[in-house]
Design a protein around this ligand. Structure first.
Ligand SMILES: NC(=O)c1ccc[n+]([C@@H]2O[C@H](COP(=O)([O-])OP(=O)(O)OC[C@H]3O[C@@H](n4cnc5c(N)ncnc54)[C@H](O)[C@@H]3O)[C@@H](O)[C@H]2O)c1
Length: 252
């Protein structure tokens, strides 16, 4: 119960890595604010947590809209009075195509959901953490924040932005006892990355992707969550500004 009564916000928690994180933080005693634009999925995450006697509530938010992110923070303060941990995790992969064919609208959409959302989140989370004289933030980037990923220019640019924003904010607020890090997942089995569905539309591609990973497999959501938990724990009390690859050695 290392996060007993810690007020913990997780965005993109209706599904995949975010849902797994919500369940794991609740199991460690946190009071989890499950946030997502997917109402049904968010409610289901809360029900799963309640079924395990954990504490959670759902607040619907579109993280690509600053007014909604601000409203989310106000609601957290109204209901709980503080925010100890924030996991800015919501994201989309966007269309898969070459740069010259990449639609401008899709670029804007991916950048706002993946990158602007992290800035908006930290912009409202940091003031309350300053008042409390401490807090922890983990942003979900990607290995595509560390290296190029052909056919995904917006996704790759957005995740590089997440890492830049993470490092900058970490340097600004280290002196205030606010630690800010990012995780950089490799292909992780989730609704966003479904190897079986991919195999049906692009035969042999999942095996090729797997072959590039030194550990010769894809990640499970719980393996990404393990890194989030460590970064939020006292075990990582001197770790800030890190973009941690959780990638089976891909970027080694
Ligand atoms: N799965 C992978 O292989 C992989 C690899 C690297 C990084 N990531 C990153 O991990 C994070 C979680 O991905 P996942 O695999 O769990 O995918 P997922 O699709 O299962 O979950 C993403 C969640 O974000 C939510 N979301 C999307 N747009 C939103 C918005 N505007 N406002 C609020 N919520 C929104 C979705 O509703 C969904 O619940 C993302 O940031 C993703 O880029 C995933």
């Amino acid at each position: 119960m290392q996060f007993k009564n810690k007020i913990t916000l997780i965005t993109g928690a209706a599904s995949g890595i975010g849902r797994a994180a919500a369940l794991a933080f609740a199991k460690e005693g946190a009071t989890v604010i499950v946030s997502d634009m997917n109402h049904q999925g968010g409610k289901e995450t809360v029900e799963l947590i309640h079924a395990n006697n954990g504490k959670a509530t759902f607040i619907k938010t579109d993280v690509s809209k600053y007014e909604e992110v601000e409203k989310l923070m106000n609601e957290i303060i109204k209901q709980f009075g503080r925010l100890d941990i924030a996991i800015n995790n919501a994201g989309i992969s966007g269309v898969i195509t070459r740069t010259k064919d990449y639609p401008v609208d899709d670029w804007d959409k991916v950048m706002s959901i993946n990158a602007s959302s992290v800035f908006y989140g930290m912009k409202v989370q940091i003031p309350i953490m300053l008042e409390q004289e401490g807090g922890v933030i983990v942003n979900t980037a990607s290995i595509a924040g560390l290296k190029g990923l052909p056919n995904s220019i917006a996704y790759t640019a957005s995740k590089h932005a997440v890492i830049g924003a993470t490092k900058t904010a970490a340097m600004e607020y280290g002196r205030n006892n606010i630690r800010i890090n990012a995780i950089c997942p490799v292909f992780t089995v989730s609704p966003m990355f479904d190897p079986d569905a991919l195999e049906k539309i692009a035969q042999g591609v999942p095996d090729k992707l797997k072959a590039n990973v030194p550990m010769k497999r894809f990640a499970e959501v719980e393996e990404q969550v393990g890194a989030m938990i460590w970064l939020c724990s006292d075990q990582a009390s001197f770790v800030t500004g890190l973009a941690l690859p959780v990638d089976g050695g891909l970027t080694a």
